[in-house]
Design a binder for this molecule. Structure first.
Ligand SMILES: [Zn+2]
Length: 233
């Protein structure tokens, strides 16, 4: 822990003290523009990746960047989503998966989580992802299968978000946009799902959010057969 204690000292003396006005402003309240749902994985730091400052992002992190459908979990996910959308009035929600995700690997290989009963239990919330993959991606294996799983999983969480009343109501008014992203550990790049091409593309080339799409009827999944939206390998 020693190096962390040194970090605390460095933060106080070199960061906090030099940006005192900024940090004092934060004392009076937060006004983040986005809720970011990402994995607990220590290698994924959206504040760093987006070069965001304290107060910019409201964060929800858990194993596998999961958003259980409304009513499916008593965990803090629903409360965090509701607070961000209603109390903080965020305009965007990002669900960000990442390459090499251990939770997605465990989803594909449940035996690897044999000694982790609570993790197995938690991953039941990813059953939709598992089913989509097992029924539509038999032609893939290895890295390509994992990539497809990570990408489909993010899209499923976008669907799940819309089962939350606070999200659905605000989207109906056109006041909330949803974004499906995948962070690539290998290159440091972010891929974003494009509603026009229905593929994941490097972020920055096309800024359309999923929330910009015409609203789907409740209960419908993506328009195209997922197998036509083959991930890049
Ligand atoms: Zn992960």
């Amino acid at each position: 822990m020693e190096h962390f204690l040194g970090g605390v000292h460095q933060f106080r003396t070199q960061v906090f003290d030099q940006e005192k006005d900024f940090f004092q402003e934060l004392v009076h309240g937060q006004n983040p523009s986005a809720l970011v749902v990402s994995c607990s994985d220590s290698r994924v730091d959206l504040n760093l990746i987006l070069q965001a400052a304290p107060g910019d992002l409201f964060s929800l992190r858990n194993a596998g960047n999961l958003v259980p459908p409304f009513g499916a979990s008593n965990g803090g996910e629903t409360a965090s989503i509701e607070y961000a959308v209603v109390a903080l009035d965020v305009k965007d929600i990002v669900v960000c998966g990442h390459s090499q995700c251990g939770a997605m690997k465990a989803l594909l290989d449940p035996a690897s989580a044999a000694k982790l009963p609570t993790v197995q239990n938690w991953l039941q919330h990813a059953e939709t992802t598992r089913r989509i993959i097992s029924e539509n991606y038999q032609h893939l294996d290895g890295v390509a299968l994992l990539e497809a799983t990570i990408q489909e999983h993010v899209l499923v969480q976008i669907e799940n978000l819309q089962t939350h009343p606070s999200v659905a109501a605000k989207m109906q008014r056109g006041e909330l946009r949803l974004h499906a992203w995948v962070y690539q550990l290998e290159t440091g790049s972010l891929l974003a799902f494009s509603s026009e091409t229905e593929t994941f593309e490097p972020l920055g080339t096309e800024g359309k959010a999923i929330g910009d799409r015409p609203r789907r009827s409740p209960g419908t999944v993506r328009k195209k057969n997922p197998s036509t939206k083959r991930p890049r390998s």
